[in-house]
Design a protein around this ligand. Structure first.
Ligand SMILES: [Ca+2]
Length: 499
């Protein structure tokens, strides 16, 4: 049945679908792969490995078509690709050509098998055009996901666009997750240069993974969130890196409709369940999400060089021990105006003595009657250790204090506070801190207008800002959010940017 359907589909899409090119290290492996592929008999003959890919020029000089626009061979559709992918073996590399591949049912879902550390499974889209257009994998019929990894290891995916089928209507256009990582621990996974958008649930739903890297990817307009997933059964997220990504506009698309109505309680840019970590989020922008920008319940979370902006609910929300935010700007109200329970920074956990740090961050939000930061607001008697270093806290609105639970040990060094309409601006249990007793917080703290170049947009500071040269070098990162080395001028600046 599968073979017949594959060929039928290939003929149906003949001429307007791309060519799939498989490359591999060894001719023998390729032939074995080809022999097992049900639709291959009618396709173009093997001509050798793609030398640039396999690095074996004695074999190379050609490529193998799984179908396509040339030579009268039938093109391969999503179903054929899915079948082929299911037969890949460690070390195999599949080049998915330019084109659109419509996933119409569960049999079309890409389910790569495991590679090995030395010989991963590689599935790479062929970039086309001046804009580097990726092959598009689109789907509908309320599919759970377009790509599914279940307990597999050493799979590398790159250069693909995943979305719903824009040519379909109503349920035929419903598509839930882009990539689903569930049912078993996945290891050694790399996702690079993916564009995932306009899906009903998650861009990527990730349950249990160890050693996952997501780089240079853009995930937006997913109904439940860009990166998220269910509670893990094997430690959740471990050794996860998210780098050079844009995670935005979560909750602003659902089943064909755009708008500002949330369809999940808190569609976030990134949200994890409790996990072992570590999790590193670096050089990544999380903005315009209808839920939180970023909520990590991973132990050992590091947020480095990120911009978290204009999210409707909390900006950065942390609950895992040993979590740090560095060189990160957190700002914007997401369209909220009145008092809200949402904050730019929230720290909460039932785990006593958990440690959290903000280092060279810039935190700004001006919504009257709302906290600028909350630490153990609901469980003030559970003690934490919180360090605030070289960080700017700014709000122009009335009554926008920083709240820190009374049992928490708070150490603040060389921070700049500018909350002119809130006195005291920091509530630490029974202690109210303002300019008069700021020294009780620690050394080097000060108050004053940071003189942002453009509040709401550009959080670099003016040359005469009180942030300039008033940070401490001890514990400061060696470069700022722009990559400019620290210190410059007369010393380290307070905030995410050095001038
Ligand atoms: Ca400086």
């Amino acid at each position: 049945m599968m073979a017949a359907r594959g060929l039928e589909s290939q003929q149906k899409y003949r001429g307007d679908r791309g060519r799939a090119v498989v490359t591999c290290d060894h001719r023998a492996r390729w032939l074995r792969l080809a022999a097992g592929f049900s639709g291959l008999a009618a396709l173009a003959a093997f001509t050798g490995c793609f030398s640039a890919e396999c690095g074996t020029p004695t074999i190379g000089g050609g490529s193998t078509d799984l179908g396509g626009g040339g030579g009268g061979a039938p093109a391969l559709d999503a179903h054929g690709l899915a079948e082929f992918i299911s037969r890949m073996q460690p070390g195999d590399s599949l080049l998915v050509p330019a084109g659109t591949y419509v996933v119409t049912g569960p049999d079309d879902v890409f389910r790569p098998p495991s590679g090995t550390a030395a010989a991963p499974i590689t599935i790479r889209g062929e970039l086309s055009g001046r804009q580097g257009q990726r092959p598009i994998i689109s789907g509908g019929n309320n599919l759970a996901a377009l790509i599914r990894l279940q307990g597999v290891s050493y799979v590398h995916l790159s250069n693909l666009e995943l979305t719903h089928d824009p040519s379909a209507v109503s349920e035929a256009a419903y598509c839930r997750d882009g990539i689903l990582v569930d049912t078993g621990l996945c290891r050694g996974i790399e996702f690079t240069n993916l564009y995932i958008h306009d899906l009903d649930e998650y861009g990527m739903s990730i349950q249990d993974v160890d050693d996952l890297t997501i780089t240079n990817s853009r995930i937006e307009y997913c109904g439940f969130g860009a990166l998220g997933g269910p509670v893990g059964a094997a430690g959740g997220w471990r050794n996860v890196v998210v780098r050079d990504c844009r995670l935005s506009h979560s909750g602003r698309y659902y089943q064909g409709a755009y708008g500002s109505t949330p369809h999940s309680p808190r569609p976030a840019g990134l949200a994890t369940e409790p996990s072992q970590g570590p999790l590193l989020i670096e050089n990544t922008t999380l903005e315009h999400n209808l839920g939180d920008g970023l909520e990590s319940q991973c132990l050992h979370t590091t947020i480095h060089n990120c911009v978290v902006a204009n999210n409707l609910r909390d900006g950065v929300k942390l609950s895992g021990d040993d979590s740090t935010v560095v060189n990160t700007v957190i700002f914007g109200d997401g369209g909220e105006s009145g008092p809200t329970p949402w904050c730019p920074v929230v720290i909460y956990t039932p785990a006593a003595q958990s440690r959290f740090s903000l280092i060279n961050c810039t935190v700004e939000r001006s919504i009257a009657g709302s906290y600028l930061m909350r630490v153990q607001h609901d469980t003030p008697d559970v003690p934490l250790r919180v360090t605030l270093l070289n960080t700017i806290f700014s709000s122009l609105a009335d009554n926008t204090p920083i709240f820190v639970g009374r049992a928490t040990t708070l150490v603040g060094t060389n921070n700049l506070f500018h909350l002119p309409q809130t006195d005291p601006f920091l509530e630490h249990g029974p202690t109210g801190i303002n300019a008069a007793n700021l020294a009780t917080l620690g050394a080097g703290n000060r108050t004053g207008d940071p003189l942002f170049l453009a509040r709401g947009d550009n959080y670099h500071v003016a040359a005469d800002s009180p942030a300039v040269d008033h940070g401490t070098a001890a514990g400061a990162p060696s470069a700022d959010l722009d990559g400019t080395s620290r210190p410059r001028g007369g010393g380290v600046d307070i905030g995410a940017y050095e001038r």
